[in-house]
Design a protein around this ligand. Sequence first.
Ligand code: PMP
Ligand code: GLU
Length: 397
Amino acid sequence: MKELSKIYSAVAPSATMAVDAKYKQMKADGLPVVGFGAGEPDFDTPDYIKAAGIAAIENGQTKYTPAAGTNAVRQAVAYRIKEDTGVDFDWTNIVVSSGAKACLYTAFTVLLNPGDEVIIPAPYWVSFTEQIKMAGGVPVVLETGEEQRFKITAEQLAAAVTEKTKAIVLNNPSNPTGMIYGREELAAIADVCVKNDLYIVADEIYCKLVYDGFEFTSVASLGEEVKKRCILINGASKSYAMTGWRCGYAACGDKKVARTMANVLSHSIGGIGTMNQAAMTAALRGPQDSVEAMRKVFEERRNYMVSRMNAMDGVSCLMPNGAFYVMMNISRLIGRTLGGRVINSADDFAMAFLESGLVAVVSCDSFGISNFIRWTYASSMESIKEGMDRLEKFLQS
Ligand code: PMP
Ligand code: GLU
């Protein structure tokens, strides 16, 4: 048999999806495992959104739509962005696709020529690097640590720019760190992007999940020069508990980017489920109180998880300000034996914890940082309590 594509054969499986699949299999096998792997809200999709999806099916909205989405959903996206961030996007500059994941991938596909570099602050969400490679680009990772609260500085960015740099990925609030860039930090970073004519792939999918009264700033709100370089990525998965509906969107500052994305989608994914677009329209236009109610619950869970973790010997974490993840520092555990396994890395810890502690967490080895474990608090308080109890026990094993 002839060899498969070199580019696609080199793609690593998604670590988050792999943990989730293993956790779900163990659960199906009857094991009493608790899961903190995939960042997926445990809440059900709010009823008014489900009703809109059902009504669409019953009203015969079951046919093809334009590849970039119906006019109604694209206008709803423009409305929601304006409401939430104050930024005006012409609705024709918006494309909707199968989750933020497909929007990101399509964006990288249209931006990159072979060998183009894309700067990614680490720790990063695992799919950014793989998607860039799949699109023929070269990810250039900028490392950060706890001492800088996992945030890059404008100086760090400026020093990493080369002639080949085409874009930067700015995931704010960040998965996996939960950190948020404030307005001034963003402005300094955006300034470097404008000076070097870089596109900004701004993944703001967690923009509604911010805590401690933090005011979220969209990078696209920092002026026309910044906005025109932005491809703003967002979707319904996190804010509206709609992961399985596969509803994401990209708002492009530049019309040519939007048009090219729509052309690519017309040959690849096509429009997403017509009824899903109707549900997303309802989510974005409807009352937003359920979003706020979920946010409040996430904040309580975060507070509980962080205080339990920091009270344990051997592990620690920073207080994240957004999204629904906590980065647990396990560097003090390296070299110790836990659950019968010598812990030489975060991968070792995650495996030992799953097999003998029966808790699924994600190793950040695939997120561009060593000695960290990602927990999500997008699961019930009861599970979180159980997870923390098991962690305490595991650390003494
Ligand atoms: N971006 C980030 C930072 C994420 O954490 C996720 C999680 N799935 C996505 C994009 C993709 O979300 P979805 O495809 O479900 O819209
Ligand atoms: N983005 C979520 C996570 O990081 C869901 C899984 C995925 O799409 O990777 O866990």
